[in-house]
Design a protein around this ligand. Structure first.
Ligand code: PLP
Length: 401
């Protein structure tokens, strides 16, 4: 038997560390190991300088100021800090949060916790069949007690890119804060905090070819200053907003990942989008009954979420040991429940169960895409040959000309 290849097409779940990022990080483990908070010797200064350089690199990618960047352990923590921190600081204004049904669990679970403990009232906005929230719906949801609106920039399952600029206009007019989870969009599409008009923004290292366990929260201080109550206390690091000894190698890696993204994002996006389209075209050329999820145009360049009708997504994943993809979201694969995102865009249970999310990235090649098309087509045809439902569908529907 021919030994099978291993191809990674799950870049929404995580990305490999870019070699250049790894090289930038390595000195900060054993040689330049200082604590960035040590103020009285060169070991500390060296680490602190590296952290400040990384802060500038992150800020530059977002068109922000270095002092507006708070390092965290990742986007989950950044989302927790943004939501809980703002709610607590602005408690005198009210306790209402507006968010969207298709957010990542690291926003939805925070909202659920805040509701359960009576700390907040939360409105979950619906989306259309492409996954877009209507800015008018955002406006209608605002009340005099609304403190914060949290709308992700790009969705991690279906890739849909929200109309943040329009949403920001509505939110700003009401004097409310706008947070966005931009974990999937940073480094993939243009993310400019000034033109988007957001007040808080979360991002993560390991989704942009940086290391796991590091991320950042952008906190606006230009024009209007956003304030938060810290959620982790002790030591007063990061201007008191996030205590804990800084993960210097991780932060250096995040900075380098942002530098590379700033230089290569546009050409990379074009290349990755072409690969994604080649994958999609290859699949629909050879297979019928392939349903695309997400917005046909306002979508992340590397995202392809499709259902192969009458094929169980889990069975397809099990068969595709050589092509790493996800069924629904990575987080829902762990629990086997239907994706809340697919449910929110009105996908029926059976179709949702047959969905596969491909996430293409920086190091994928044309050859890998062609191989993946071949393997997916082979397995879908094999599984459909065993499917009485597919046979029934074919009897009721004449084949395409
Ligand atoms: C991956 C992801 C997160 C979580 O990021 P971590 O750094 O792993 O905590 C949050 N939001 C979105 C949209 C994501 O894709």
């Amino acid at each position: 038997m021919q030994s099978r290849r291993r191809i990674y097409m799950d870049h929404h779940a995580t990305t490999p560390v870019d070699r250049r990022v790894l090289e930038a990080m390595l000195p900060f483990f054993a040689e330049k190991f200082g604590n960035a908070a040590s103020r009285h010797h060169p070991y500390g200064w060296e680490a602190a300088d590296a952290v400040e350089q990384a802060r500038t690199q992150v800020a530059r990618l977002l068109n922000a100021q270095a002092r507006e960047i708070i390092f965290t352990s990742g986007a989950t923590e950044a989302n927790n800090l943004a939501l809980k921190g703002a709610l607590e600081f602005y408690a005198d204004r009210g306790n209402h949060i507006v968010t969207v049904a298709t957010e990542h669990k690291s926003v939805l679970d925070v909202c659920a916790y805040l509701e359960r403990t009576g700390k907040a009232a939360v409105t979950y906005l619906r989306v259309d069949r492409h996954g877009l929230v209507d800015p008018d719906d955002v406006r209608r949801a605002l009340t005099p007690r609304t403190v914060l609106v949290s709308v992700m920039h790009a969705n991690n399952e279906i890739g849909t890119i929200h109309e943040l600029m329009e949403i920001a206009r509505v939110v700003k007019a009401a004097g409310v804060l706008l947070h966005t989870d931009a974990t999937q969009s940073v480094g993939k599409i243009a993310v400019d905090v000034e033109s988007l008009g957001v007040d808080l923004l979360s991002l993560s290292g390991h989704k942009i070819y940086g290391p796991k366990g590091v991320g950042a929260l952008y906190l606006r201080s230009q024009n209007r200053r956003v304030r938060l109550i810290p959620q982790i206390h002790g030591g007063g690091h990061e201007r008191g907003l996030r205590s804990g000894t800084l993960n210097v190698p991780g932060i250096v890696g995040l900075g380098e990942a942002c530098r590379i993204a700033g230089e290569e994002r546009e050409s990379e996006a074009q290349r990755v989008e072409a690969l994604r389209d080649r994958l999609h075209e290859g699949l629909i050329r050879e297979l019928d009954e392939v349903v695309l999820h997400g917005h046909p145009i306002r979508r992340l360049p590397g995202n392809l979420n499709v259902s192969f009708l009458d094929v169980d997504g889990e069975s397809l994943l099990l068969a595709l040991t050589d092509v790493a993809v996800s069924s629904g979201a990575a987080c829902t694969s762990a629990t086997l429940e239907t994706s809340h995102v697919l449910r929110a865009i009105g996908v029926d249970e059976d179709t949702a169960q047959s969905s596969i999310r491909f996430g293409l990235g920086r190091f994928n090649t044309v050859d890998e895409v062609d191989y993946a098309v071949g393997r997916v087509v082979e397995e879908v045809k094999r599984l459909r040959a065993l499917s009485p439902r597919y046979a029934a569908r074919k009897r009721h529907k004449p084949p395409r000309p």
